[in-house]
Structures are given as structure tokens and as C-alpha cells.
Write a protein that binds this ligand. Structure first.
Ligand SMILES: *Cc1c(COP(=O)(O)O)cnc(C)c1O
Length: 482
């Protein structure tokens, strides 16, 4: 029998929501909302039973692919497994039932958590201070660039160019453009790292900063980072670090020690908050001493044993977001860092590096690798060989992987590698999983030789077959178009 889910609102003495179990007293609805806003007739809700709802969503989640189901080798995205304890802590009523406008004396625990998280991130990257406000990596980039802009304004230096390396994530030039800068691209060398001669030739008096990703998007550490830092600073420019690849550095090396003045962290990458599907992220920004006065307000300060929000920064760039950042993501990252501790974080990066190099060693013979053979946490193969010899593109290889039960790697990025297949296994995958994944890619290399037509029509086993991407981007409402 179907159960009725309709809330009986005709009853006298009806009750409002209790925010979180028994932590708040239940109040009569009339005491919360004026009578004119209360329903007089029941809302029309679909009449479905709990079991039908549960089955519907479980069915959908089974059609979907997610990191709880299998490996997610999306290079640059650090799709690691997100421990369930992170969700447990952010669901604790003391965190989940907070209102952002609650008085500070009732939110001391939350403020303490944010204060301590910022301190831990500061220490991890060797910066002078950290703001937790930005809501994503790209938002952190914009924040960082606005800090750089304010710094130059404060010393009366007029600079309108930002240098961005050609292997950078697309958000780097996009954020720089949003902040009003002219973007100048810096080339990579044959080794896959920043070309110092090209950099030198572009560093002039108009350059506000250089944006670098270290290790870069093909998984290589900028060996000359100290020289680069000196060149940039001697030019009166600042050095920005895209910290999305911190999964290779935790406990091993610190951007602050390399000379970076500002960086963003992606808490939804190395620090194990879930991401994808446009969900909430978090892109804290760390700064060196000279950028401290410009940090967004409010800043969380500690006075004696008490924590408070301070707006006392005359030179601040202002707010980058309503309230204080995506708090639930901050709780997850805090849990993750405290759970692992300094030694655990270092093991994360060591194992991420070992996993990437192990996987690369299994694939090297059958796929091209345009850059050096030893990488950090990720690597970038090229499907050139398959394309030239058999007419099979990287897109076809990626689609065929779906038939083997794996999410595809990042493809066609970075732009400096043709037919790019960018793979980041992360530390949370076992050797067994890496072996199965490698076998799938090797089998696809065989298929490219023996049955290329199969790859061109892949995927053949998924609930949705190959989509017409061009049509999807031109005709947003596909259902009506068909
Ligand atoms: C993910 C990523 C970004 C952007 O971060 P979002 O949180 O997705 O906005 C920037 N740079 C690199 C290298 C990245 O991998």
C-alpha cells in the first residue's frame, strides 16, 4: 500500500521543522511565520512510497559513474576517494545547523575550526596567512590576482600584463582576464617545463605577475623554480602558484619556500572534499607577508581564548563571497588533515607519486609519452601513434574505456600535448585496481590495431551511447530539439 507523504497542515497546533533532531525545541508554525504565508490547502506532492523513492535514486546512482564505484583517473582533478568520516563530521548538528548570522559567542567552535584550518593550510604551504573565502579554485585565482593588483596599486606601480604558461589550466588566463589583465603566454621547453629564455624575454616593466602550476599539468616539477622566482621578483613582479596539484607536494615541499607570493588550494582535490557536478568547492588563498594587508574581510582572529571575525582592514580587497566560504567543505578538509596528520599527508603524496609512476610504467610501451619518463602525481600520454596508424583518436580511446567500466581520463588537455590523455590515479587506488585499469588501456591499444571500427562506435555497453557534442553545445534544450 502507498503511504501518504502529505504533511497534514489542517491540524491545529501544527509544528514547524525541528532543525536537527532534538537540539532545537519544536515551535508552532504560527510563531515562526505570519498567518498569511501559511498554507490552507495541502501541497500537491507526488504520492510515492519511501521504497519507491529509495529505489528511484539508487537506480539513478547505479547508472551514474562515481568515485565510490570505481577509479576516476581524471588528470589534474585529483579525484581521490573521499573518506566517509568527512561527511560524518560536517553533518554533526553543531556544524550543520548553524546560521551564518548567529552571534559569535554561539559559534566559537566553527570559528575555531576555520582559524585552525587556515593555520594548517598556511603551514602545509609555507605561506604567511590564508583566507578561506573563495568558493572554488578558479575563484581563488581571481582572489589571488585581485590581491596582486591591489599590491601594485598600493606601491604606485602600473602594470597591465599577466604571464601564464602554455600548459596552464584554462581557468588561469580566464581569471587573469576577468581581473582586467592582458594575458601573455610563456612557452614550455622540450623538457616540458617553463622555457627560461622565453620567460626572460617577456618579463618587462608591465608584468604584474607570473602564474605557474607546480608540479605542472604534465606532472613535472619546475626544477628551476628558485631561479624563476628570482627573475620574477627582480623584475618587480609577483609569483602566483596554482596549487591544484598539491597532491604531489604535501609534506615534501612548500610553495612559500619556493618564493611564491600567492597561491590557491583546492580543498576539493588534495584535501578530499567531493567534487564534480558543480557541487560546492573551496579555494582558499595563501599569501606572503607583503599581501597580508589586502586579504578579504572578514578575517578570523584569535584574541585570548576567543575567536572573532575582524573587519578591521582598511586596504582589504573586500569580500569575495557572502559569509565566510563553503563551510561544510572546510569541515571536511579539516577532518581529513587532522585524521592524517603531518606524516599521513606526506604518505598521501608519496603514494600518489608511486602510483602514477607504476601505472605509467605499465603503459609506456603501447602509448606515446612526449615528455620525460619520471613524473610526480600524474602523467600525460599521447594518442598520436593510434591516430596516425589506425585513424583512432584519443576521444575514441576514452569512449572505449567506458565499456571496460572506467571513467575516462582528462583528454585534449593540456594543449601542449597532441591527442592528450592525462591520467592521475591518486594514492587511494590499490595496485590491483591500477593493474585492471592498465589492462583495459592495453586491450584498447590492441583493438585500435585489430578492430578500429569498434573504437569509433564506442561506448557500446553504457546506458547512454556516444553523444553529439556539437549539437549539445549548440542546442541546449536537446529534448525539445529531437
Ligand atoms: C581544477 C583546477 C583548477 C580550477 O579549480 P576549480 O576548483 O575547478 O575552479 C585550476 N588549475 C588546475 C591545475 C586545476 O586542476
Amino acid at each position: 500500500m502507498r503511504e501518504k507523504l502529505i504533511f497534514d497542515i489542517s491540524r491545529k497546533g501544527r509544528k514547524g521543522y525541528s532543525l536537527s533532531g532534538n537540539h532545537f525545541p519544536e515551535l508552532p508554525l504560527e510563531s515562526i511565520l505570519p498567518a498569511k504565508f501559511l498554507r490552507t490547502t495541502p501541497a500537491e506532492l507526488p504520492e510515492v512510497s519511501e521504497s519507491e523513492v529509495v529505489r528511484h535514486f539508487v537506480r539513478l546512482s547505479n547508472l551514474n559513474y562515481h568515485v565510490d564505484k570505481n577509479m576516476y583517473p581524471l588528470g589534474s582533478c585529483t579525484m581521490k576517494y573521499n573518506p566517509k568520516i568527512n561527511d560524518y563530521t560536517c553533518d554533526l548538528p553543531g556544524f550543520s545547523a548553524l546560521h551564518p548570522l548567529q552571534p559569535g559567542k554561539t559559534t566559537q567552535g566553527a570559528l575555531q575550526l576555520m582559524y585552525e584550518l587556515a593555520e594548517m593550510l598556511r603551514e602545509i604551504a609555507g605561506m604567511a596567512a590564508v583566507t578561506l573565502q573563495p568558493a572554488a579554485g578558479a575563484h581563488g585565482e581571481l582572489t589571488g590576482i585581485l590581491l596582486i593588483k591591489k599590491y601594485h596599486e598600493s606601491i604606485g606601480s602600473k602594470r597591465h600584463k599577466l604571464l601564464v604558461v602554455d600548459s596552464a589550466h584554462g581557468t588561469n588566463p580566464a581569471s587573469a582576464a576577468l581581473a582586467g589583465y592582458e594575458i601573455i603566454s610563456v612557452k614550455g621547453n622540450a623538457d616540458g617545463r617553463t622555457d627560461l629564455d622565453d620567460l626572460r624575454s617577456k618579463l618587462d616593466g608591465d608584468v604584474a605577475a607570473l602564474m605557474l602550476t607546480n608540479p605542472n599539468t604534465i606532472g613535472l616539477f619546475e626544477k628551476e623554480i628558485q631561479l624563476i622566482s628570482k627573475m620574477v621578483h627582480d623584475n618587480g613582479s609577483l609569483l602566483y602558484m596554482d596549487g591544484a596539484n598539491m597532491n604531489a607536494l604535501l609534506g615534501i615541499a612548500r610553495p612559500g619556500d619556493m618564493g611564491f607570493d600567492v597561491m590557491h588550494y583546492n580543498l576539493h582535490k588534495p584535501f578530499a572534499a567531493p567534487h564534480g557536478g558543480g557541487g560546492p568547492g573551496s579555494g582558499p588563498v595563501g599569501v606572503s607577508e607583503k599581501l597580508l594587508p589586502f586579504l578579504p574581510v572578514p578575517v578570523i582572529v584569535k584574541e585570548g581564548d576567543a575567536y572573532k571575525l575582524s573587519y578591521d582592514r582598511l586596504e582589504s580587497i573586500g569580500r569575495m563571497m557572502n559569509f565566510y566560504g563553503n563551510f561544510a567543505v572546510l569541515v571536511r578538509a579539516y577532518t581529513y588533515i587532522r585524521m592524517l596528520g603531518p606524516d599521513g599527508l606526506r604518505r598521501v603524496s608519496e603514494n600518489a607519486i608511486i602510483n602514477a609512476n607504476y601505472l605509467l610504467s605499465l603503459l609506456l610501451e603501447r602509448y606515446d609519452l612526449p615528455y620525460p619518463k619520471t613524473v610526480l602525481h600524474e602523467f600525460c600520454l599521447s594518442g598520436d601513434r593510434q591516430k596516425k596508424a589506425h585513424g583512432v583518436k584519443t576521444l575514441d580511446i576514452a569512449k572505449r574505456l567506458l565499456d571496460y567500466g572506467f571513467h575516462a581520463p582528462t583528454i585534449y588537455f593540456p594543449l601542449i600535448v597532441s591527442e592528450a590523455l592525462m591520467i592521475e590515479p591518486t594514492e587511494t587506488e590499490s595496485k590491483e585496481t591500477l593493474d585492471v585499469f592498465a589492462r583495459a588501456l592495453l586491450a584498447i591499444a590492441d583493438e585500435a590495431e585489430t578492430n578500429p571500427a569498434l573504437l569509433l562506435s564506442a561506448p557500446v555497453t553504457t546506458p547512454v551511447k556516444r553523444l553529439d557534442d556539437a549539437m549539445a553545445s549548440r542546442q541546449l534544450n536537446i529534448c525539445c530539439a529531437l
